[in-house]
Design a protein around this ligand. Structure first.
Ligand SMILES: *[C@@H]1O[C@H](CO)[C@@H](O)[C@H](O)[C@H]1NC(C)=O
Ligand SMILES: *[C@@H]1O[C@H](CO)[C@@H](O)[C@H](O)[C@H]1NC(C)=O
Ligand SMILES: *[C@@H]1O[C@H](CO)[C@@H](O)[C@H](O)[C@H]1NC(C)=O
Ligand SMILES: *[C@@H]1O[C@H](CO)[C@@H](O)[C@H](O)[C@H]1NC(C)=O
Ligand SMILES: *[C@@H]1O[C@H](CO)[C@@H](O)[C@H](O)[C@H]1NC(C)=O
Ligand SMILES: *[C@@H]1O[C@H](CO)[C@@H](O)[C@H](O)[C@H]1NC(C)=O
Ligand SMILES: *[C@@H]1O[C@H](CO)[C@@H](O)[C@H](O)[C@H]1NC(C)=O
Length: 918
């Protein structure tokens, strides 16, 4: 008893003894390190060992000099540190290494760092550091300076040329002001690694760069550097890597490049180089990567390339090369990727590109190759992308070439191939896209095509395929596009085709040269997806009388004709409903109950008879077993959103069956709105449109079960911030969202028949999946474009096109207007009816307030100015979409094209295609 009391007493006072004496005797370096720690945030407690209880030399990531015992190194890369860098760092006089890369540190580099004059390695790469860099030219011992992948702004740090001992200089990917490379960069005589990609450098390359005689890697990619490559480059005899792609360089490649005998990687793509490649370049026997795509090169390829023994990646696309390829190209190389597309190469195709069985990408589209395609490629089992379309190949395709187990894309379109598809096609189990159109293929389509479970697109139109459409096509559960028009197919359309759940685009029509002669009744599932012209010209096809959707087809019981079915507005809803029913039978839905139809269907009592409600139904549009009780048991804690047509809940299905969203419609929502939403969503299938899984109607309420979107809606996401106050949606994400949403609306407007007008495009109706891919939702008030007038009350304030203020009808162009408002939200980060805009809405604010001024002021200040160019283009598109006159607005198809062109990655392509015409 006594013993344990003493023991307790001793334990209680122990910490006091431990702390007081030690903290008063803390070494100055320990104090400094603890001060530095107090500036960091360390969510995973990696710096736990940094405490008064230990000697500073035992701290994680600290290195001390063995003799003096002083701290000489701090090395804490990639441990999720955030917070700031303390100026106290300058109080460690012997510090030679500071490595804090790959963390989330923000704030500025303290100017006190200029006092760390013993630093040899300073690596702060991949953090969130901002502001102008202090002048650190006092760090005369610096050998490695890596400040890449931050958000430093202000002028490019020209002082780096004064730290003359630098061996590695890495400043890539920052937000510096546009400017020139320092004139005296050549004074860094010991530099081996120069990495200045994405630094907004412009002007000519300084001549002194050719004095960097120790240089091994030169990477200036993604800038606007102009001028020519000098023959003095041969002085950089240690170079093994040249990356100057995506710049504004011109002129010819000097033959002196061939003096760089150590050269392994050479990438000068996306410039404006011209002329022939110097023949000497073929003697660079260590080459592994040779990329010169997207330039204006012409003439023949140097013969020497065929003797290379290390070549792995070879890309020349979008130039004007001509002549034959060296016939032994690839024979002695471990070639993995070759892209010679969009040139004028002619003659026989080389046989040896896959000689060493490594080739994955073979891209040779849009050239003038002729003759038969070499049999040797039948052995090339490594091929993933195989595209030789738009050439003049003839003869049969070698049997082996059909069975490529890794191939994802096979594109033989637009050639003069003959013969049939070999049954070996069944071996190409990875195939998602098969393009055979516009050839002279014949014979029957092999049933083995049905084995291609990943197949998404099959284009075989304009050939002479004969016989029946194989019923095995019914196995193609991922098939979305099937084009078999303009062939000599006959027989009935297999009803199994109606079970291809993903099919959205089917064409079986004929033309006058080559007639498909399909006959018999068209399966109901097919009618839903086939457009007006898709079955055209097959005189012997007919449809069941209950369907009025295809007026050009005769009825199978030929006495009834529906040629004069008319589309009155009221009929639209009924039609959509009947379409829904047809779909239920045709596509074999999992569950369907309806008391009214009880006499026709056996009621299957999954609900275990507990339901006293007399009117309810559960329709499932997706092969997912849903449980009615589960849907009805919604938890208010899981409410995700509440909107114009109802409340949306998150629902985690039992037994790990995944998560869905359940929308409980307001009771005021009538049957017609529900029918509209269901009818529309069932008909349309697009990757950027939310999937409808099921609908449930009880006497009290109506529910829709939808795909769950973990990232909520765009309106919310635009307002969320990550650590450090950065917006969750950076510009890149916003741009991808804009493109995705635009594609969905384009699909509704231009690819649906009849076209669908959404009428409520707004950021709250654009949902985001886990990858932030946009999905359009809420079709409650969408209308089928039948030319009739609709009330102007639909839509949401701030997004409504001005013409709808007076009772004109909603059009595709009013959707375009609303989409333009969404683009403005993405650019400005503001709400369309932001109170700060005063009386104005966002559209008039942009156009009036910024008329003639710098529109850049309108950009969301939280976005980095990095993508200003792309943002300016998107802003221009937004302004065009929101012009007052509907007729001046672009169509959604044009919007998608313009948006795609606004991407910085495709700018060079666009510029190139215009210069290609001369
Ligand atoms: C950072 O650490 C993670 C795992 O902790 C690792 O997956 C990643 O590759 C590391 N990054 C770098 C650049 O070392
Ligand atoms: C800087 O640190 C990062 C992260 O640890 C590392 O990946 C990179 O190679 C370093 N830079 C240099 C020039 O060594
Ligand atoms: C650097 O050190 C000197 C002398 O110790 C001091 O006067 C000066 O303020 C320091 N500079 C910075 C920026 O802290
Ligand atoms: C360059 O490297 C050499 C050899 O390592 C060295 O002697 C010389 O001092 C370095 N130059 C500078 C300016 O540091
Ligand atoms: C390149 O080297 C040659 C001789 O080796 C020399 O005459 C020439 O001045 C050098 N060029 C440059 C730009 O340094
Ligand atoms: C590219 O260089 C040309 C001159 O060669 C110049 O007129 C043009 O402005 C440059 N483009 C850019 C984006 O710097
Ligand atoms: C470049 O190589 C050529 C021969 O191919 C040679 O005559 C010339 O002297 C070399 N130039 C340099 C700077 O090494």
């Amino acid at each position: 008893m006594l013993k344990s009391t003493v023991c307790f007493y001793f334990l209680a006072i122990l910490p006091v003894f431990l702390v007081i004496p030690i903290s008063s005797s803390l070494s100055p370096e320990t104090k400094v390190l603890l001060e530095i720690k107090s500036y960091f945030k360390d969510p995973f407690n990696y710096l736990e060992s940094w405490s008064e209880l230990r000697s500073s030399c035992e701290f994680t990531g600290i290195h001390c000099d063995i003799d003096s015992g002083h701290v000489i190194g701090i090395s804490l890369p990639n441990i999720s540190l955030s917070g700031k860098i303390s100026p106290s760092i300058s109080l460690l006089p012997d510090l030679t290494t500071l490595e804090l890369g790959e963390n989330a540190i923000s704030g500025v580099v303290p100017s006190a760092m200029a006092n760390c004059t013993n630093l040899r390695v300073l690596n702060l790469s991949a953090n969130f550091l901002t502001g102008q860099l202090p002048d650190l030219s006092s760090l005369q011992k610096l050998q490695v300076l890596d400040l890449s992948k931050n958000s430093f702004d202000g002028r490019f740090p020209a002082w780096v040329t004064k730290t003359s001992g630098l061996v590695k200089l890495v400043l890539a990917k920052n937000d510096f002001d546009a400017g020139e490379m320092p004139e005296n960069i050549g004074s860094l005589k010991n530099l081996t690694w120069l990495f200045l990609a994405n630094c907004k450098l412009r002007g000519e390359m300084p001549a002194s760069i050719y004095e960097l005689t120790s240089l091994e890697t030169l990477d200036l990619s993604h800038n606007q550097i102009s001028g020519q490559l000098s023959k003095a480059i041969s002085n950089l005899s240690k170079l093994y890597k040249i990356e100057i792609y995506q710049n504004n360089l011109t002129g010819v490649i000097p033959p002196e490049v061939a003096n760089l005998t150590l050269l392994r990687e050479f990438d000068i793509s996306g410039n404006r180089f011209t002329g022939k490649l110097p023949p000497e370049i073929g003697s660079l026997e260590r080459l592994t990567v040779f990329h010169v795509y997207m330039n204006n090169f012409s003439g023949e390829l140097p013969r020497g390339f065929e003797d290379l023994k290390s070549l792995v990646s070879f890309s020349l696309y979008q130039n004007s090369f001509s002549g034959e390829l060296p016939s032994n190209l690839g024979r002695f190389s471990p070639l993995e990727k070759i892209d010679i597309s969009e040139n004028n190469f002619a003659g026989d195709f080389p046989r040896f590109l896959c000689q060493n069985k490594r080739l994955q990408f073979l891209l040779a589209l849009d050239n003038n190759f002729s003759g038969e395609f070499p049999e040797s490629y039948g052995e090339c089992k490594t091929l993933i992308r195989f595209r030789i379309c738009q050439n003049s190949f003839t003869g049969r395709v070698p049997d082996g070439l059909w069975g490529l187990p890794s191939a994802v894309i096979m594109d033989l379109a637009d050639n003069g191939f003959i013969g049939g598809i070999s049954s070996e096609i069944g071996m190409s189990a990875s195939l998602t896209q098969l393009y055979l159109q516009n050839n002279r293929f014949s014979e029957e389509l092999p049933g083995e095509l049905g084995n291609l479970s990943q197949l998404y697109k099959l284009f075989a139109h304009n050939n002479s395929f004969s016989g029946q459409i194989p019923s095995q096509f019914g196995n193609l559960k991922n098939l979305s596009f099937l084009h078999l028009q303009e062939n000599a197919l006959a027989g009935t359309i297999p009803s199994a085709l109606g079970t291809c759940d993903s099919l959205i685009d089917l064409n079986l029509a004929h033309n006058s040269l080559c007639d498909n002669q399909l006959s018999g009744e068209v399966p109901a599932g097919i009618l839903l997806i086939a457009s007006e012209g898709a079955l055209y010209g097959n005189e012997d096809l007919c449809i069941d009388t209950s369907n009025q959707n295809h007026r050009q087809l005769r009825s199978c019981s030929s006495s009834n004709s529906y040629k004069d079915a008319r589309w009155k507005p009221i009929v639209v809803v009924l039609t959509i409903l009947s379409v829904t029913f047809v779909l239920l039978f045709g596509l074999g839905f999992v569950r369907f109950w309806n008391l009214k139809l009880k006499t026709h269907f056996n009621r299957r009592d999954l609900e275990e008879g507990e339901d006293k409600d007399s009117k309810w139904m559960l329709q499932s549009f997706h092969p997912m077993v849903l449980n009615r009780a589960e849907i009805l048991d919604l938890d208010e804690a899981n409410l995700i959103a509440s909107g114009g047509t109802g409340k949306v809940y998150r629902l985690d299905l039992n037994r790990n069956r995944g998560t869905v969203a359940v929308k409980k419609l307001w009771n005021t929502v009538g049957e017609s709105v529900l029918a509209a939403e269901i009818g529309t969503m069932v008909k349309i299938r697009h990757r950027n449109i939310v999937k409808l899984y099921a609908c449930l109607i009880t006497r009290k309420s109506k529910y829709l079960v939808l795909e769950y979107m973990p990232n909520g809606n765009l309106y919310q996401a635009l307002r969320r911030e990550m650590k450090g106050g950065r917006p969750e949606l950076d510009w890149n994400k916003r741009y991808m969202i804009a493109v995705g949403a635009a594609k969905a609306i384009m699909y509704l407007h231009h690819d649906c028949n009849p076209a669908i007008i959404h009428r409520d495009i707004k950021s709250a109706n654009i949902l985001l999946d886990e990858e932030y891919e946009a999905k359009i939702a809420d079709f409650g008030i969408a209308t089928v474009d039948d030319g009739s007038e609709w009330s102007c009350l639909a839509g949401t304030h701030g997004y409504i096109a001005p013409e709808l203020a007076c009772s004109l009808r909603a059009t595709k162009k009013s959707d375009v207007y609303s989409f333009g408002v969404v683009l403005l939200e993405l650019i400005t980060g503001r709400c369309p009816t932001d109170p700060h805009l005063g009386e104005e809405d966002i559209v008039s604010w942009i156009s009036s307030h910024f008329k003639g001024q710098d529109l850049a002021e309108a950009y969301d200040p939280r976005l980095s100015s990095f993508a200003a160019e792309c943002m300016a283009k998107v802003l221009e598109i937004a302004i065009r979409c929101t012009t007052k006159r509907p007729s001046s607005r672009p169509t959604m198809r044009e919007v998608v094209n313009m948006l795609t062109d606004a991407n910085p990655a495709s700018v060079v392509t666009t510029g190139k295609s215009s210069s290609k015409n001369w």
